[in-house]
Design a protein around this ligand. Sequence first.
Ligand SMILES: *Cc1c(COP(=O)(O)O)cnc(C)c1O
Length: 356
Amino acid sequence: MTFELDSRVRKNIRGMMKYASARDEFSGKAKIYLDANENSYGSPAGGTLNRYPDPLQRELRKKIAEEKAIAQEEQIFLGNGSDEAIDLLMRVFGEPRIDSIMIMPPTYGMYKVCADINDLAILQVPLRPDYSLNTELILETAAGKKPKLIFICSPNNPSANLMDADSIRRILIESNTIVVVDEAYIDFADAESWTKEMSAYPNLVILQTFSKAWGMAAVRLGMAFAAPEIVALMNKIKYPYNISEVTAKTVISALRQSRKKENMVRQIKSERSKLIATIADLPFVKEVFPSAANFFLVRFADAAAVYRYLREKGLIVRDRSGQMHCRECLRITVGTPDENRFLCETLEAFGKEKAL
Ligand SMILES: *Cc1c(COP(=O)(O)O)cnc(C)c1O
């Protein structure tokens, strides 16, 4: 597949020189570093925190490439959460007030927030009521309006379903647009990541994160996998030291214990099946939508009443009733066995109290 990239990049980004840090100009080994105005005496926090980290996170990217079987480290961008990758993609390709991006509501809220910040128009092609992609309308709209980026969230937040692979493949091949597949929840799905097919699609960007399956939301590390040319553009405009040394070290140590992550994922998936089965049987539940994520969407007879009741008992879920196709829906994250038991007991108590 051929895909011309240069002409899609904003002219100012194409033409600019990136910031050259001290560590860019000299990245070899030396005895003494007096080039970056660091504090050579150390820091109260100890370690090597007095030194600027590697702007290109080479060691961490190498470890991530191994973990995720990515062919080249040059295909990996690391950001301060996936949100940084979303924002940078818009800033590389989207000319403010001129260009647009495409999203399929109901979906993750940050695509719209980043587009609003970057003054990009938002083309909305709603998912069907069963939360599947409306592929024909997506292709038709892309051909007519020529968005710079198409965002597909799979598994989707808040509906928790995986998007059809053939539909995504058609959009990749026929849209002639950069397609961003957000795989924040891919570890919980019984499906392969699109990273396996990356080499076939020069217009494919895949987002993943350490915030969900890896249990490291506080660390803030997001990944984008794409052709080296796209990654290079993102690296060109990112803040020079966007990933801290603390983050890099913490994640490298977590990667050595990927079995722990796999065990947690296995447990969450098993808890998910049990929870969904229990909740689907409650008389005031209309529908529990199938989930390929660590959360699921439930349609209640009266979502606001359930939300209020749970909150009174100290249990917070996400009210998604206001989103497209999500009337009377709450989004519930799968918790620990104890948390899930409390959730089910509280829902059963709601049913009895309200005599439904
Ligand atoms: C949680 C989530 C993310 C993760 O964002 P981070 O900034 O990496 O924490 C990305 N995409 C979707 C759809 C999410 O739900």
